[in-house]
Design a protein around this ligand. Structure first.
Ligand SMILES: Cc1cc2nc3c(=O)[nH]c(=O)nc-3n(C[C@H](O)[C@H](O)[C@H](O)COP(=O)(O)OP(=O)(O)OC[C@H]3O[C@@H](n4cnc5c(N)ncnc54)[C@H](O)[C@@H]3O)c2cc1C
Length: 380
């Protein structure tokens, strides 16, 4: 559908990403999912095209765009493969964005040009066995010792960690101060005392690789402290709002792929002598899916526009993330339902979408956390 709410530059960007993703990513998505391996070479390709830096300033190798452009990138990548989009999003909207927003000049010029070119890849390590929705429970410790911090602990479920060159890690530097005692560190993969487990087996997002990172007296130079000591994580939570907008866009892209598959199948599947799309229930279901997805995109674009105006957008980003990711789950479930037994088979696209969608409601703050955030704004 034409979208008059996009500028001509944004439309061109979307069409270019869409054409690339349809040719280079979508035809391989099912195979990469089964192989459970992220095609690392894609990062370099996306870097050469300037898309990893879509929302970063030109000074560090970015393209100088904003949140809206980044949302378009996420939506189009997720439309072709949600797992590929996940790896790109963790590398750009979390690991690289944390360095851009909180880093000093030396850190930015050391890491960002290589990261945005797709030559050095990043991951973001917050979650732990005991730290999920409750962000104050991080137990990984960083203790200063001269010119270094000594890290001990483990980070669980860390996307991109099997191949990441650098990691942005949340660690407690003052355990008695809760959230005001948590710092961020850039940890290079080759650091002694850092080990990474074998990749985990997951329900969906097969091509996206995740593992556990263990720190055993890992020594990180003081120059790799990111942001203020004790306050780095709080600072990151305030500036990394792009992640929620990106998750919302993700949901729209993946949901759109599921809708298209359901429409395609409904038009070819014959029952009772006619395509199932001629049954009113099927048509109405498809119409509801399309309408909810369009509303999700409007919320997403609105949050991105507010962010690009430099205005506070916490509530808008949470609303977009909540609605778009729950809509995506609804659409993927309905798509599988409409595709019947054929959709349930391992070779069908519908089952892959169904397996991929759920994590969008869990990452970047679960739906419950988004509702808590929204209530903070409306409950006054
Ligand atoms: C595919 C995938 C990729 C991931 N990649 C990364 C990554 O790259 N980096 C990273 O740091 N983490 C990553 N994670 C982990 C992710 O950050 C966590 O899953 C997320 O923080 C939720 O934590 P949890 O899974 O421990 O759930 P829990 O916190 O144990 O929550 C379980 C349930 O309880 C609910 N709940 C908890 N507290 C409340 C409350 N106060 N009110 C209402 N309900 C509540 C939650 O909403 C949820 O439904 C990834 C996870 C997955 C599945």
């Amino acid at each position: 559908m034409n979208d008059p709410s996009l500028s001509s530059e944004e439309t061109q960007f979307r069409d270019a990403v869409r054409a690339f993703a349809e040719k280079e990513i979508a035809p391989n998505a099912a195979r990469w999912d089964l192989e459970e391996r992220y095609p690392r070479e894609l990062f370099q390709r996306l870097g050469e095209l300037g898309w990893l830096g879509a929302s970063f300033p030109t000074a560090y190798g970015g393209s100088g765009g904003g949140s809206a452009l980044y949302a378009l990138l996420c939506a189009e990548l997720a439309h072709a493969s949600a797992a590929i989009a996940l790896g790109v999003y963790v590398h750009t909207a979390l690991a690289s964005a944390a360095i851009y927003h909180l880093g000093d000049e030396a850190q930015k010029s050391h890491y960002l040009p290589h990261a945005l070119a797709g030559k050095q890849l990043g991951c973001w390590g917050y979650a732990e066995a005991g730290a999920g929705a409750d962000i104050s429970c991080v137990a990984t410790r960083a203790v200063r010792d001269g010119d270094e911090y000594v890290l001990n602990g483990a980070k669980l479920y860390i996307t991109n960690s099997p191949f990441a060159d650098f990691m942005v890690i949340v660690a407690s530097t003052a355990p008695d101060r809760g959230l005001k005692g948590m710092s961020l560190f850039i940890v290079d993969r080759e650091t002694k005392g850092v080990s990474i487990s074998a990749p985990f087996k997951k329900l969906g997002m097969g091509a996206s690789e995740m593992a556990e990172i263990v720190f055993d007296d890992a020594r990180v130079p003081v120059r790799n402290l990111l942001g203020a000591e004790h306050l780095g994580f709080l600072q990151a939570l305030k500036v990394l709002t792009l992640g929620r907008i990106a998750s919302a866009a993700f949901g729209v892209g993946l949901g759109r792929a599921a809708l298209e598959e359901a429409v395609r199948y409904a038009n070819v599947r014959m029952q009772g002598g006619k395509p199932i799309s001629q049954h009113q229930f099927v048509r109405f279901t498809l119409a509801d899916m399309a309408t909810k997805l369009d509303a999700a995109w409007r919320l997403t674009l609105h949050a991105a526009r507010v962010a690009d105006e430099g205005l506070a957008h916490d509530c808008e980003a949470s609303m977009a993330k909540l609605f778009a990711t729950e809509t995506c789950t609804y659409v993927c479930e309905r798509a599988l339902h409409l595709c019947g037994a054929q959709g349930y088979m391992r070779e069908s696209a519908a089952q892959r979408f169904y397996r991929d969608c759920k994590v969008l409601e869990l990452g970047e703050g679960t739906s419950e956390i988004q509702r808590e955030t929204i209530f903070r704004f409306i409950g006054k």
